[in-house]
Design a protein around this ligand. Structure first.
Ligand code: HEC
Ligand code: HEC
Length: 329
Protein backbone atom coordinates (compact mmCIF):
# COMPACT_ATOMS: atom_id res chain seq x y z
CA UNK A 1 0.00 0.00 0.00
CA UNK A 2 2.73 2.39 1.07
CA UNK A 3 4.78 1.72 -2.06
CA UNK A 4 1.68 2.16 -4.28
CA UNK A 5 1.07 5.55 -2.69
CA UNK A 6 4.65 6.61 -3.16
CA UNK A 7 4.47 5.29 -6.72
CA UNK A 8 1.50 7.46 -7.65
CA UNK A 9 3.09 10.47 -5.97
CA UNK A 10 6.16 9.97 -8.14
CA UNK A 11 3.99 9.66 -11.27
CA UNK A 12 2.16 12.87 -10.34
CA UNK A 13 5.46 14.67 -9.80
CA UNK A 14 6.87 13.50 -13.10
CA UNK A 15 3.73 14.58 -14.97
CA UNK A 16 3.79 17.99 -13.31
CA UNK A 17 7.49 18.40 -13.89
CA UNK A 18 7.44 17.40 -17.55
CA UNK A 19 4.53 19.62 -18.52
CA UNK A 20 4.08 22.57 -16.21
CA UNK A 21 0.83 23.43 -17.94
CA UNK A 22 -0.79 20.33 -16.53
CA UNK A 23 -0.51 21.62 -13.01
CA UNK A 24 -3.68 23.15 -11.64
CA UNK A 25 -3.60 26.70 -12.96
CA UNK A 26 -4.03 29.52 -10.52
CA UNK A 27 -6.32 32.33 -11.61
CA UNK A 28 -4.67 35.30 -13.32
CA UNK A 29 -3.31 37.62 -10.59
CA UNK A 30 -5.94 40.38 -10.63
CA UNK A 31 -3.53 43.10 -9.49
CA UNK A 32 -1.23 42.57 -12.48
CA UNK A 33 -3.93 42.58 -15.20
CA UNK A 34 -5.88 45.27 -13.37
CA UNK A 35 -9.22 44.93 -15.15
CA UNK A 36 -11.51 47.67 -13.82
CA UNK A 37 -14.62 46.26 -12.12
CA UNK A 38 -17.82 46.63 -14.14
CA UNK A 39 -19.85 49.69 -13.12
CA UNK A 40 -22.67 49.00 -10.66
CA UNK A 41 -25.96 48.19 -12.39
CA UNK A 42 -27.56 51.44 -13.57
CA UNK A 43 -24.42 53.51 -12.96
CA UNK A 44 -23.07 55.43 -15.98
CA UNK A 45 -19.79 54.10 -17.43
CA UNK A 46 -16.64 55.96 -16.34
CA UNK A 47 -16.04 58.95 -18.61
CA UNK A 48 -12.74 60.51 -19.62
CA UNK A 49 -12.21 63.98 -18.15
CA UNK A 50 -13.77 66.31 -20.76
CA UNK A 51 -11.50 68.75 -22.60
CA UNK A 52 -12.46 72.30 -21.68
CA UNK A 53 -9.87 73.62 -24.15
CA UNK A 54 -7.51 74.72 -21.37
CA UNK A 55 -3.79 74.76 -22.25
CA UNK A 56 -2.14 72.35 -19.79
CA UNK A 57 1.45 72.74 -18.67
CA UNK A 58 4.21 70.65 -17.11
CA UNK A 59 7.27 71.98 -15.31
CA UNK A 60 10.21 72.33 -17.68
CA UNK A 61 8.15 71.74 -20.84
CA UNK A 62 8.43 74.36 -23.58
CA UNK A 63 4.90 73.92 -24.97
CA UNK A 64 1.40 73.69 -23.52
CA UNK A 65 -1.20 71.20 -24.78
CA UNK A 66 -4.94 70.62 -24.48
CA UNK A 67 -6.27 67.27 -23.28
CA UNK A 68 -7.33 66.49 -26.87
CA UNK A 69 -3.75 67.04 -28.06
CA UNK A 70 -2.37 64.98 -25.18
CA UNK A 71 -4.66 62.04 -26.05
CA UNK A 72 -4.37 62.25 -29.84
CA UNK A 73 -3.78 58.64 -30.88
CA UNK A 74 -2.13 59.72 -34.15
CA UNK A 75 0.23 62.38 -32.83
CA UNK A 76 0.05 62.82 -29.05
CA UNK A 77 1.79 65.66 -27.19
CA UNK A 78 5.59 65.42 -27.04
CA UNK A 79 6.27 67.25 -23.76
CA UNK A 80 10.04 66.98 -23.73
CA UNK A 81 11.47 66.69 -27.29
CA UNK A 82 14.97 67.16 -25.84
CA UNK A 83 14.70 63.94 -23.82
CA UNK A 84 14.85 61.62 -26.83
CA UNK A 85 16.23 61.34 -30.39
CA UNK A 86 14.06 62.43 -33.32
CA UNK A 87 11.07 60.05 -33.46
CA UNK A 88 10.46 58.07 -36.68
CA UNK A 89 7.05 58.89 -38.13
CA UNK A 90 5.55 55.55 -37.08
CA UNK A 91 6.46 56.27 -33.43
CA UNK A 92 5.28 59.89 -33.47
CA UNK A 93 2.14 59.51 -35.60
CA UNK A 94 1.47 55.85 -36.36
CA UNK A 95 -0.67 55.20 -39.42
CA UNK A 96 -4.46 55.21 -39.75
CA UNK A 97 -6.61 53.29 -39.24
CA UNK A 98 -5.06 50.71 -36.90
CA UNK A 99 -1.51 51.70 -36.08
CA UNK A 100 -1.83 54.18 -33.25
CA UNK A 101 1.32 56.14 -32.45
CA UNK A 102 3.65 54.13 -30.20
CA UNK A 103 4.36 57.34 -28.28
CA UNK A 104 0.76 57.49 -27.03
CA UNK A 105 1.05 54.43 -24.78
CA UNK A 106 4.80 53.81 -24.55
CA UNK A 107 5.63 57.54 -24.40
CA UNK A 108 8.19 59.19 -26.71
CA UNK A 109 10.97 58.08 -24.33
CA UNK A 110 9.80 54.42 -24.33
CA UNK A 111 9.16 54.31 -20.57
CA UNK A 112 5.60 53.07 -20.96
CA UNK A 113 3.21 52.55 -18.08
CA UNK A 114 2.28 49.58 -15.85
CA UNK A 115 -0.67 48.68 -18.09
CA UNK A 116 1.45 48.45 -21.26
CA UNK A 117 5.24 47.96 -21.40
CA UNK A 118 8.56 49.72 -21.13
CA UNK A 119 10.13 49.45 -24.59
CA UNK A 120 13.25 51.61 -24.22
CA UNK A 121 16.50 49.67 -24.18
CA UNK A 122 15.13 46.44 -25.67
CA UNK A 123 17.52 44.57 -28.00
CA UNK A 124 16.49 45.25 -31.63
CA UNK A 125 16.43 41.53 -32.48
CA UNK A 126 14.13 40.75 -29.53
CA UNK A 127 11.85 43.68 -30.39
CA UNK A 128 11.43 42.45 -33.97
CA UNK A 129 10.80 38.88 -32.82
CA UNK A 130 8.15 39.82 -30.31
CA UNK A 131 6.37 42.08 -32.82
CA UNK A 132 6.29 39.09 -35.20
CA UNK A 133 4.81 36.98 -32.38
CA UNK A 134 2.05 39.55 -31.78
CA UNK A 135 1.36 39.58 -35.51
CA UNK A 136 1.16 35.80 -35.83
CA UNK A 137 -1.06 35.29 -32.79
CA UNK A 138 1.71 33.72 -30.69
CA UNK A 139 1.65 36.45 -28.05
CA UNK A 140 -1.68 37.11 -26.36
CA UNK A 141 -2.79 37.91 -22.86
CA UNK A 142 -3.82 35.04 -20.59
CA UNK A 143 -6.57 37.41 -19.40
CA UNK A 144 -8.90 37.86 -22.40
CA UNK A 145 -10.39 41.01 -20.88
CA UNK A 146 -7.06 42.81 -21.16
CA UNK A 147 -8.23 44.93 -24.07
CA UNK A 148 -5.06 46.94 -24.68
CA UNK A 149 -3.03 43.80 -25.43
CA UNK A 150 -5.54 43.14 -28.21
CA UNK A 151 -5.03 46.72 -29.39
CA UNK A 152 -1.27 46.06 -29.42
CA UNK A 153 -1.87 42.97 -31.58
CA UNK A 154 -3.92 45.02 -34.07
CA UNK A 155 -1.11 47.60 -34.15
CA UNK A 156 1.52 44.93 -34.89
CA UNK A 157 -0.67 43.49 -37.66
CA UNK A 158 -0.92 46.91 -39.32
CA UNK A 159 2.84 47.49 -39.41
CA UNK A 160 5.27 46.83 -42.27
CA UNK A 161 8.72 45.30 -41.66
CA UNK A 162 10.22 48.77 -42.24
CA UNK A 163 7.94 50.25 -39.57
CA UNK A 164 8.96 47.56 -37.08
CA UNK A 165 12.67 48.06 -37.76
CA UNK A 166 12.36 51.85 -37.43
CA UNK A 167 10.53 51.55 -34.09
CA UNK A 168 12.89 48.81 -32.81
CA UNK A 169 16.01 50.85 -33.64
CA UNK A 170 14.54 54.03 -32.18
CA UNK A 171 13.49 52.54 -28.82
CA UNK A 172 16.57 50.30 -28.72
CA UNK A 173 18.83 53.37 -29.01
CA UNK A 174 17.66 54.68 -25.63
CA UNK A 175 18.82 53.31 -22.28
CA UNK A 176 16.30 52.06 -19.74
CA UNK A 177 16.67 54.21 -16.63
CA UNK A 178 15.22 53.83 -13.17
CA UNK A 179 11.78 55.35 -12.55
CA UNK A 180 10.02 52.83 -10.32
CA UNK A 181 10.55 53.03 -6.55
CA UNK A 182 9.97 49.64 -4.88
CA UNK A 183 8.70 49.97 -1.31
CA UNK A 184 7.94 47.03 0.99
CA UNK A 185 4.78 47.71 2.99
CA UNK A 186 2.20 45.96 5.20
CA UNK A 187 -0.46 48.53 4.31
CA UNK A 188 -0.95 50.58 1.14
CA UNK A 189 -2.98 53.66 0.21
CA UNK A 190 -6.48 52.72 -0.93
CA UNK A 191 -6.59 52.72 -4.72
CA UNK A 192 -9.08 52.33 -7.54
CA UNK A 193 -8.45 50.79 -10.93
CA UNK A 194 -8.58 53.16 -13.89
CA UNK A 195 -7.39 52.46 -17.41
CA UNK A 196 -5.38 49.47 -16.19
CA UNK A 197 -3.57 51.47 -13.51
CA UNK A 198 -4.02 51.88 -9.74
CA UNK A 199 -4.77 55.46 -8.66
CA UNK A 200 -4.77 56.48 -5.01
CA UNK A 201 -8.26 57.56 -3.88
CA UNK A 202 -8.80 60.74 -1.90
CA UNK A 203 -8.89 60.59 1.89
CA UNK A 204 -5.54 59.04 2.97
CA UNK A 205 -7.21 55.71 3.79
CA UNK A 206 -5.05 52.60 3.81
CA UNK A 207 -5.71 48.87 3.45
CA UNK A 208 -3.65 45.68 3.87
CA UNK A 209 -1.47 44.94 0.83
CA UNK A 210 -2.32 41.22 0.86
CA UNK A 211 -0.60 39.15 -1.83
CA UNK A 212 -0.49 42.01 -4.31
CA UNK A 213 1.86 44.55 -5.81
CA UNK A 214 0.30 47.99 -6.07
CA UNK A 215 2.03 50.06 -8.73
CA UNK A 216 0.80 53.64 -8.74
CA UNK A 217 2.04 56.96 -10.17
CA UNK A 218 4.07 59.26 -7.91
CA UNK A 219 1.62 61.97 -9.07
CA UNK A 220 -1.73 60.71 -10.37
CA UNK A 221 -2.75 63.86 -12.24
CA UNK A 222 0.57 64.29 -14.04
CA UNK A 223 0.58 60.67 -15.14
CA UNK A 224 -3.06 59.85 -15.74
CA UNK A 225 -4.36 63.12 -17.13
CA UNK A 226 -1.28 64.77 -18.63
CA UNK A 227 0.66 61.62 -19.60
CA UNK A 228 3.88 63.08 -18.20
CA UNK A 229 6.76 60.92 -19.50
CA UNK A 230 8.96 62.08 -16.60
CA UNK A 231 6.46 61.11 -13.88
CA UNK A 232 7.64 57.91 -12.22
CA UNK A 233 5.93 55.18 -10.17
CA UNK A 234 5.92 53.68 -6.69
CA UNK A 235 5.52 49.92 -6.46
CA UNK A 236 4.35 48.75 -3.02
CA UNK A 237 5.31 45.10 -2.53
CA UNK A 238 4.64 42.68 0.37
CA UNK A 239 7.23 42.70 3.17
CA UNK A 240 9.93 40.10 2.51
CA UNK A 241 9.08 39.61 -1.17
CA UNK A 242 12.24 41.26 -2.53
CA UNK A 243 14.49 38.88 -0.60
CA UNK A 244 12.40 35.84 -1.50
CA UNK A 245 12.49 36.87 -5.16
CA UNK A 246 16.23 37.36 -5.03
CA UNK A 247 16.75 33.80 -3.73
CA UNK A 248 14.61 32.31 -6.53
CA UNK A 249 16.30 34.38 -9.24
CA UNK A 250 19.86 33.73 -8.05
CA UNK A 251 19.68 30.09 -6.96
CA UNK A 252 16.68 28.69 -8.83
CA UNK A 253 15.16 27.73 -5.48
CA UNK A 254 16.29 24.07 -5.43
CA UNK A 255 14.91 23.22 -8.85
CA UNK A 256 11.75 25.28 -8.55
CA UNK A 257 13.00 27.46 -11.39
CA UNK A 258 16.15 28.22 -13.39
CA UNK A 259 18.80 30.77 -12.54
CA UNK A 260 17.62 33.70 -14.66
CA UNK A 261 21.08 35.24 -15.04
CA UNK A 262 22.24 32.37 -17.27
CA UNK A 263 20.19 33.81 -20.13
CA UNK A 264 19.26 37.34 -19.06
CA UNK A 265 22.82 38.28 -18.01
CA UNK A 266 24.40 38.08 -14.56
CA UNK A 267 23.13 41.60 -13.77
CA UNK A 268 19.74 40.84 -15.42
CA UNK A 269 20.26 43.74 -17.79
CA UNK A 270 19.84 41.52 -20.86
CA UNK A 271 22.34 39.41 -22.77
CA UNK A 272 22.58 39.64 -26.56
CA UNK A 273 19.03 39.24 -27.88
CA UNK A 274 17.61 38.12 -24.50
CA UNK A 275 15.59 40.99 -22.99
CA UNK A 276 16.61 42.99 -19.90
CA UNK A 277 14.56 42.66 -16.70
CA UNK A 278 16.22 44.95 -14.12
CA UNK A 279 14.16 47.92 -13.01
CA UNK A 280 11.13 47.15 -15.24
CA UNK A 281 7.49 47.42 -14.17
CA UNK A 282 6.57 44.61 -11.75
CA UNK A 283 3.01 44.49 -13.11
CA UNK A 284 4.37 44.02 -16.63
CA UNK A 285 6.90 41.37 -15.52
CA UNK A 286 4.22 39.44 -13.61
CA UNK A 287 1.89 39.40 -16.63
CA UNK A 288 4.64 38.06 -18.87
CA UNK A 289 5.64 35.29 -16.45
CA UNK A 290 2.00 34.25 -16.09
CA UNK A 291 1.25 34.57 -19.83
CA UNK A 292 4.28 32.41 -20.67
CA UNK A 293 3.40 29.86 -17.97
CA UNK A 294 -0.17 29.56 -19.25
CA UNK A 295 0.96 29.30 -22.88
CA UNK A 296 -0.80 32.50 -23.98
CA UNK A 297 2.64 33.77 -24.97
CA UNK A 298 4.25 30.90 -26.84
CA UNK A 299 6.57 32.13 -29.59
CA UNK A 300 9.69 30.11 -30.43
CA UNK A 301 11.80 32.14 -27.99
CA UNK A 302 9.26 31.73 -25.20
CA UNK A 303 9.97 27.98 -25.25
CA UNK A 304 13.32 28.78 -23.64
CA UNK A 305 11.39 30.32 -20.75
CA UNK A 306 8.99 27.40 -20.22
CA UNK A 307 11.16 25.42 -17.75
CA UNK A 308 11.80 28.59 -15.73
CA UNK A 309 8.10 29.25 -15.13
CA UNK A 310 6.49 25.78 -15.19
CA UNK A 311 6.61 25.13 -11.44
CA UNK A 312 6.25 28.66 -10.09
CA UNK A 313 3.22 29.68 -8.02
CA UNK A 314 1.67 33.12 -8.44
CA UNK A 315 3.29 34.06 -5.16
CA UNK A 316 6.74 33.01 -6.43
CA UNK A 317 6.23 35.12 -9.56
CA UNK A 318 5.12 38.07 -7.45
CA UNK A 319 8.33 37.83 -5.39
CA UNK A 320 10.47 37.52 -8.54
CA UNK A 321 8.77 40.57 -10.09
CA UNK A 322 9.29 42.60 -6.90
CA UNK A 323 12.99 41.72 -6.83
CA UNK A 324 13.64 42.34 -10.54
CA UNK A 325 11.88 45.68 -10.33
CA UNK A 326 13.98 46.78 -7.36
CA UNK A 327 17.26 46.34 -9.29
CA UNK A 328 19.07 49.33 -10.76
CA UNK A 329 18.79 49.06 -14.55
C1 HEC B 1 -2.99 51.52 -27.12
C2 HEC B 1 -1.73 51.45 -26.43
C3 HEC B 1 -0.51 50.98 -27.23
C4 HEC B 1 0.04 51.56 -28.35
C5 HEC B 1 -0.46 52.77 -29.12
C6 HEC B 1 1.21 50.77 -28.67
N1 HEC B 1 1.35 49.75 -27.76
FE1 HEC B 1 2.90 48.43 -27.67
N2 HEC B 1 2.05 47.52 -26.06
C7 HEC B 1 0.84 47.85 -25.53
C8 HEC B 1 0.45 46.84 -24.58
C9 HEC B 1 -0.83 46.84 -23.79
C10 HEC B 1 1.49 45.87 -24.57
C11 HEC B 1 1.54 44.53 -23.86
C12 HEC B 1 1.25 44.52 -22.40
C13 HEC B 1 0.92 43.14 -21.87
O1 HEC B 1 0.32 42.31 -22.55
O2 HEC B 1 1.30 42.90 -20.75
C14 HEC B 1 2.49 46.35 -25.48
C15 HEC B 1 3.71 45.72 -25.69
C16 HEC B 1 4.64 46.11 -26.62
C17 HEC B 1 5.92 45.49 -26.82
C18 HEC B 1 6.51 44.33 -26.02
C19 HEC B 1 7.56 44.80 -25.04
C20 HEC B 1 8.39 43.68 -24.47
O3 HEC B 1 9.20 43.92 -23.55
O4 HEC B 1 8.25 42.54 -24.93
C21 HEC B 1 6.52 46.12 -27.89
C22 HEC B 1 7.87 45.81 -28.48
C23 HEC B 1 5.60 47.17 -28.34
N3 HEC B 1 4.48 47.14 -27.54
C24 HEC B 1 5.84 48.00 -29.41
C25 HEC B 1 4.95 48.98 -29.86
C26 HEC B 1 5.17 49.79 -31.05
C27 HEC B 1 6.36 49.68 -31.98
C28 HEC B 1 4.09 50.64 -31.15
C29 HEC B 1 3.80 51.70 -32.22
C30 HEC B 1 3.76 51.27 -33.60
C31 HEC B 1 3.20 50.35 -30.04
N4 HEC B 1 3.75 49.33 -29.28
C32 HEC B 1 2.03 51.01 -29.76
C33 HEC B 1 0.09 48.97 -25.82
C34 HEC B 1 0.32 49.83 -26.87
C1 HEC C 1 17.21 29.37 -21.04
C2 HEC C 1 17.21 30.83 -21.11
C3 HEC C 1 16.33 31.60 -20.14
C4 HEC C 1 16.24 31.46 -18.77
C5 HEC C 1 16.98 30.48 -17.86
C6 HEC C 1 15.31 32.47 -18.35
N1 HEC C 1 14.84 33.18 -19.41
FE1 HEC C 1 13.46 34.68 -19.36
N2 HEC C 1 13.51 34.83 -21.38
C7 HEC C 1 14.34 34.10 -22.20
C8 HEC C 1 14.03 34.43 -23.57
C9 HEC C 1 14.72 33.87 -24.81
C10 HEC C 1 12.99 35.37 -23.56
C11 HEC C 1 12.23 35.99 -24.73
C12 HEC C 1 10.95 35.19 -24.90
C13 HEC C 1 10.08 35.60 -26.04
O1 HEC C 1 10.55 36.35 -26.90
O2 HEC C 1 8.91 35.19 -26.06
C14 HEC C 1 12.68 35.60 -22.15
C15 HEC C 1 11.69 36.48 -21.71
C16 HEC C 1 11.44 36.76 -20.39
C17 HEC C 1 10.49 37.73 -19.92
C18 HEC C 1 9.63 38.65 -20.78
C19 HEC C 1 10.42 39.93 -21.04
C20 HEC C 1 9.68 40.98 -21.80
O3 HEC C 1 10.25 42.05 -22.05
O4 HEC C 1 8.51 40.76 -22.15
C21 HEC C 1 10.55 37.72 -18.56
C22 HEC C 1 9.74 38.58 -17.61
C23 HEC C 1 11.53 36.73 -18.18
N3 HEC C 1 12.06 36.17 -19.31
C24 HEC C 1 11.88 36.42 -16.86
C25 HEC C 1 12.74 35.39 -16.50
C26 HEC C 1 12.98 35.01 -15.13
C27 HEC C 1 12.38 35.69 -13.94
C28 HEC C 1 13.84 33.94 -15.16
C29 HEC C 1 14.37 33.14 -14.00
C30 HEC C 1 13.39 32.68 -13.02
C31 HEC C 1 14.13 33.67 -16.57
N4 HEC C 1 13.45 34.58 -17.33
C32 HEC C 1 14.95 32.65 -17.02
C33 HEC C 1 15.29 33.18 -21.80
C34 HEC C 1 15.46 32.70 -20.52
Amino acid sequence: MKTRLIGSAVVALVVCGAAGLLRAAEDPPAWAYNIAPAPAPGAPPAQAVPDEGTARRLVGAGSAFTLTEIRNAFGPADWYPGDHPLMPDIVAHGRRPDVRACSLCHYPNGKGRPENAGVAGLPVEYFRQTMADFKMGLRKSAEPRKANTNTMIAIARGMTDEDVTAAAEYFGSMKWTSWIRVVEAERVPKTRSQGGMFLVVEGHETEPIGRRIIETPEDAERTELLRDPRGGFIAYVPVGSVKRGEALVKTGGNGRTERCGVCHGADLKGLGPVPPLAGRSPSYLMRQLYDIQQGARHGVWAELMAPAVARLTNDDMLAISAYLSSLAP
